[in-house]
Design a binder for this molecule. Structure first.
Ligand code: BMA
Length: 324
């Protein structure tokens, strides 16, 4: 089994209790639990909105709550949000990989998730105040598109969504703007997958929602390397301008987090770490990153936002064609 090299700076530390949630914890029969959105409730409870795959292969979402974000999880006794293909035909093959953004202007959580339609995966949006009642807006980005998250406030007059359409140009990260969260335009590609042997060649996507810092939007993104024994999903860093989030300021050359432990290397899909959510500690700097491991379980890694920024300033460079 490959082990991490001690030569590399470790920016994200795996929790010793990993994996923190597995199918065995679920109050009803499921195949796997992974790729969870995350948020901190006003009373300090960590809420994970977990992707749960049943034994048909179809995913739904289920809430797990914990006081310390590590253990003592209270899991909803039944699925929290099921696909509703009668009213939303795009959800026929399930709903997956939620990202949660709390939007103060609305006093609501905005959930962006993958709806798996007959035409492929698209991006759907739902609002909630309590993670019990949800208002669906339906598809906001048609297939093929996924890995979407909303920025928590308007940029100028417009909401901004980061997402990952697949176009004839490839699987790159885009931004789009909307006056009302329903109608989207001014689409721009903001981060391009590299090519050839790179760890993030040909296919990248946003991981959790961007982290707002005084230096810019810190973006953790996943890169997918195709190998003869399958794909490897790893995570890298980029920084975008606060006022003009389509402007990439820095991008890391190397990944910062990849599959190393057995629960990340071996599962329904081997060699996958896939973060969809985080919480920030009371110090404003500690990042608790929740990630799906091998499409089978949920794990936690902890880091420091300022250390990630420092590392990126030291090791990143402006993103451009010369890096491709
Ligand atoms: C991606 C996403 C994730 C999944 C990953 C690895 O395309 O759909 O849901 O974790 O593949 O299988």
């Amino acid at each position: 089994m490959r082990k991490p090299s001690s030569q590399h700076e470790i920016l994200l530390h795996r929790h010793p209790h990993n994996p923190i949630l597995t199918a065995a914890d679920w109050p009803y029969p499921v195949n796997t639990v992974f790729n969870a959105g995350a948020t901190l409730l006003p009373d300090g409870t960590t809420l994970l909105l977990c992707r749960v795959e049943d034994r048909r292969g179809i995913s739904h979402l289920c809430v797990a709550r914990s006081k310390n974000g590590v253990d003592g999880w209270q899991i909803d006794p039944e699925p929290t949000l099921m696909p509703d293909p009668v009213n939303y035909p795009e959800e026929i093959w399930g709903i997956e990989d939620p990202r949660i953004t709390y939007v103060e202007e609305l006093g609501k959580y905005v959930i962006t998730y993958t709806s798996y339609s007959r035409g492929g995966p698209g991006v759907s949006l739902a609002l909630t105040e309590d993670f019990r009642h949800f208002e669906r807006y339906g598809v906001i980005m048609p297939p093929e598109d996924k890995d979407a998250a909303l920025l928590p406030h308007r940029i100028g007059d417009f909401w901004a969504l980061i997402h990952r359409p697949i176009t004839p140009l490839g699987a790159h990260i885009w931004i789009s703007y909307s006056p009302d969260l329903r109608h989207w335009g001014s689409h721009k590609m903001i981060l391009e997958a590299r090519r050839g042997a790179w760890w993030d060649a040909n296919k990248i996507g946003l991981s959790p929602p961007p982290i707002e810092t005084p230096e810019g939007w810190l973006v953790l993104y996943h890169g997918v390397k195709q190998t003869p024994s399958g794909a490897i999903y790893r995570v890298g860093l980029a920084l975008f301008d606060l006022q003009t989030p389509e402007r990439c300021l820095l991008r890391s050359d190397s990944w910062i987090f990849g599959p190393e432990e057995l629960y990340e290397r071996d599962g329904d899909v081997d060699d996958v770490v896939f973060p969809c959510g985080y919480t920030i500690g009371p110090d404003g700097d500690t990042l608790n990153l929740y990630y799906g491991a091998a499409d089978t379980c949920i794990a936690l890694a902890t880091g420091s936002i300022s250390a990630l920024l420092d590392w990126l300033k030291e090791n990143g460079r402006p993103s451009g064609w010369e890096n491709m």
